[in-house]
Each structure stands twice: as C-alpha cells, then as structure tokens.
Write a protein that binds this ligand. Sequence first.
Ligand code: SF4
Length: 233
Amino acid sequence: MSWFPHSPDFLGRNFLSIISTNSHYIGAIIELHEKCEICYILSMDKLEELKQTIEVCRRCPLSETRNKVVFGGSNPTARVLLAGEAPGKNEDLSGEPFVGAAGKKLQALLDKAQLTRDEIFIANIVKCRPPKNRNPKPNELRACSPYLAEQIKIIQPKIVVTLGTFASQFILQTKEPITSLRGRIVEASSSERPFAVLPVFHPAAAIYDPSKQPFLEKDFELLRTWLDEREQQ
Ligand code: SF4
C-alpha cells in the first residue's frame, strides 16, 4: 500500500506527506533507533521541545475550550505507537491520554499483547478535546495532524495501531468501515519512512458494546505475534 492517497480531497494526504518527507531514516536505522540510548535521549529532547510548542498552541478554535492539551506519552523510541482520535473529558482534565474506564480497558488489551505503557507511545490526531466529544472538524484536523506526523517522525515506531473508526480512516486514507479494516496489518511502503498500521476498534467501544471485546483481544494478540515475528527477523 502506498502512503500517498489516490483520493485528492482526503485530508490524510497532507498528514502522510509530512511523515514521508524530510526523514533520513530507513529500515535498518529504525531497527537501531529503538535500542540506541543516544537516540532515546535525542528523541526525548525533541518530543519535549514539541510538547512545549503544542502546550501553548492556538492554531485552531479548540484552544478556546480545552482545559489541558493532551500531548501523549511515553516511550520516545517506542516500537508501537497507538493513535486515537482526540482527548475525552477525563483526558482534557488530566492532560494524560487514556485515563478512566477507557484507560483500564486499554491496559487490559496491552496486557494481552504483553506490552507496558512504558514500552509504547500513545497519542491522538487532535491534541485538544472537541466540545461534547464531537468528531474533529476539517480545519481542526488540518491544524493539528502535523503534530502527530512530527511525533511519528521523531519516535519512528515499527507499527501504528489506529484506535477506532476515525483514526483508522484518517491515517489509512480510506472511507472503509472499521469492521472491514480491523484485524489486518497493512505494511505501509514509503521510500523513506516504512511502518505498518494495525486498525482496531476503539477500546472504549467495548465498554458500551461487549460484542467488540473478543475482536479487540484478537487484534492485540495479532500485534504480539507480529512483534515477535519481527524480533526473529
Ligand atoms: S487541537 Fe491542535 S491545533 Fe488545535 S489548538 Fe489544540 S494543539 Fe493546537
């Protein structure tokens, strides 16, 4: 799959172009990146600098209604980056991603994949909470998605797990429903910035619809299998 979309009017085009340009890292270097202590410190510094920029950001109207910007965290050279849509009420109040009931649900899924929060990075496409948890508007996505692109460029994850319909469709530049996207790992190809994408249901969806829980568990088990296979290569 190409990282460049065929649909000219899809917002994700710019997002993916930003990731794919100005990067000097390729496959083997990415392997080293996650194990390199100097890379860890450099990435941490770059993320801190970006965080300071975002915390005072007023690029879009969501800055007027937010309590706290939710930058995300925590491993600056994580193999796995989880990408959600936008902060909810609890995240907006705490400034932390995935707290409360959705956070507990996510933790149980990470346990399935034998991953700790210290090993991964969690971020959203939009860093400030849309009022009443509505979907982000196009101007808000245009303003904010370059920040996630920058986070991905700095962290260089091997795989991006997209949480829920909105994040999955945005990052994969498709309008396919999450029910058909989920559970399939797409090996994204770019000449400069390869990484894979695994779309899954949003963990919070299983709170309201328990029938989604087995699919989420299966997909996080698939994530573990994929990581193990990559380790052996
Ligand atoms: S949502 Fe993003 S672009 Fe808009 S104010 Fe917040 S950080 Fe800035």
